[in-house]
Design a protein around this ligand. Structure first.
Ligand SMILES: Cc1ncc(COP(=O)(O)O)c(C=O)c1O
Length: 435
């Protein structure tokens, strides 16, 4: 592991202690492995705090209107994690009833909650309306009519945003690109759906259209598509004689996973967005809307680390070394889903043998159960601990019970070795399918 990897990919509190072991927030990861067994995940409080602080400071520096950060909880949420995030004074994006319930249980005030999704259930919309959440982010005409009907039946006015799809391509894996003309998400501008939705919503007495939203995709490093999308949204709104009070250009800002990935520079993202909104508002002589940035990956990815124990090793016919660990696609399906790249390093940094190209695989019955296609590692033994950084986003939240694997234990680390269990290791024997 290079110094540059340590500074960019691992939590900001990561160091190597006098035993040459990796420590995070003062906790030696090999001690944590003894106490909690592998595989386990950690989240570093200081990294999350710092990432939120960077976006918040950039908003203060570059945007002169009101603004806030919303954590996109689909990146990772548990009940206890929701309480931790609540202390950061951010808004919360949810996309399911359970996420909404966790948010409310953690003390998020309903007026800090936004409900996304392209097919919300009647129950989800009813509860969102009952709770008077800040915005139900309506995705399509069926949902707009359903939300209006539910609000009418309750004699209430539902606060909504419309999800606008600007029909632009972005540079990321197709599975996490959400703004193209063929996307399943949102009201497309290109076919007139977005204009029709705005017109319908502003004329409905059961709906209060407070803002417009778009989300372009995830793991983006270029601010230009955000600028194009914002311009399109303002042109659309003004053509419809509508002035948005709130504007959410989504989340999606990327983070490096491996040495070759670019640095993450959220200041560049916030600056470009702020300047474009300001330019459009000046041009149309309207007030700056409240800006809501919905970051998930940038806030939590680097704060998370997955720790596994090495099991069997073999050489494949092409000479490649295959190392199997005690987790895999059930806790991290990202390589299987998007060929996502990762790096890894031993927890015990005193191993100094020559490094060889290795493939890190899981223990599950699928050839796609690969965690890392190619990583340089020293010679390691059965039982050694291997850690994979940048593990905080879209791993556990997409985890499964494939092969009836229990989801791993998740720890929250604070300075001076303070450890709290966020999520116990799942006990499938307590599950109804055991009986
Ligand atoms: C509507 C919406 N907002 C925000 C996000 C967060 O994206 P990211 O985690 O890449 O910042 C997503 C992710 O899919 C999303 O769908």
């Amino acid at each position: 592991m290079t110094d540059s990897d340590l500074k960019r990919l691992y939590p900001i509190s990561a160091t190597i202690n006098s035993k040459n072991h990796f420590t995070i927030a003062g906790s030696d990861l090999s001690d944590l492995a003894e106490s909690y067994r592998t595989p386990f995940y950690i989240y570093d409080r200081d990294t999350i705090h710092e990432n939120i602080h960077r976006i918040r400071s950039a908003m203060a520096d570059f945007y002169s209107g009101p603004g806030t950060i919303a954590y996109a909880s689909k990146a990772y949420l548990s009940r206890k994690f929701a309480s931790k995030i609540a202390t950061e004074e951010v808004d919360l994006d949810v996309v399911s009833l359970t996420e909404l319930r966790f948010a409310l249980a953690a003390g998020f005030s309903p007026d800090r909650i936004h409900f996304h999704g392209n097919n919300k259930s009647i129950e989800e919309i009813e509860i969102a309306v009952d709770q008077n959440i800040h915005a139900i982010v309506v995705d399509n005409m069926d949902e707009l009519l359903l939300t209006e009907r539910i609000a009418n039946s309750k004699k209430k006015v539902a606060q909504i945003w419309l999800r606008i799809t600007p029909d632009i391509r972005v540079a990321t894996h197709p599975h996490i690109e959400t703004s193209a003309a063929t996307s399943k998400f949102g009201f497309h501008i290109i076919n007139g759906d977005a204009a029709n939705a705005i017109e319908y919503a502003v004329n409905s007495s059961a709906l209060c259209l407070t803002g417009l939203h778009c989300h372009l995709g995830s793991q983006l490093f270029d601010p230009l598509p955000y600028q194009i999308a914002i311009e399109k949204m303002f042109d659309l709104a003004i053509n419809c004689n509508y002035t948005p009070l709130e504007l959410s250009p989504g989340g999606g800002w990327g983070v490096p996973y491996v040495e070759d990935d670019p640095d993450s520079n959220p200041e560049q993202w916030v600056k470009a967005i702020s300047e474009t909104i300001t330019k459009k508002c000046n041009r149309y002589q309207i007030r700056l809307p409240k800006l809501i940035l919905e970051s998930g990956r940038f806030i939590v990815a680097r704060s998370g680390v997955a720790i596994y124990q090495i099991g069997t090793q073999k050489k494949s016919v092409n000479g490649e070394k295959i190392i199997a660990v005690d987790g895999g696609m059930s806790d991290n399906p990202r390589n299987a889903l998007y060929q996502a790249k990762y790096t890894a390093t031993p927890v015990d940094q005193s191993v100094h043998s020559r490094k060889n190209p290795c493939k890190v695989v899981g223990k599950y019955c699928e050839s796609g159960d690969v965690l890392i296609d190619n990583v340089m590692l020293p010679d390691l033994n059965y039982g050694d601990l291997l850690m994979i950084p940048v593990a905080g986003a879209y791993q556990l939240s997409m985890a499964s019970n494939y092969n009836l694997a229990p989801r791993p234990v998740v720890l929250w680390l604070e300075p001076e070795g303070k450890v709290e269990v966020l999520q116990e290791r799942e006990n499938l024997e307590q599950n109804s399918w055991w009986d």
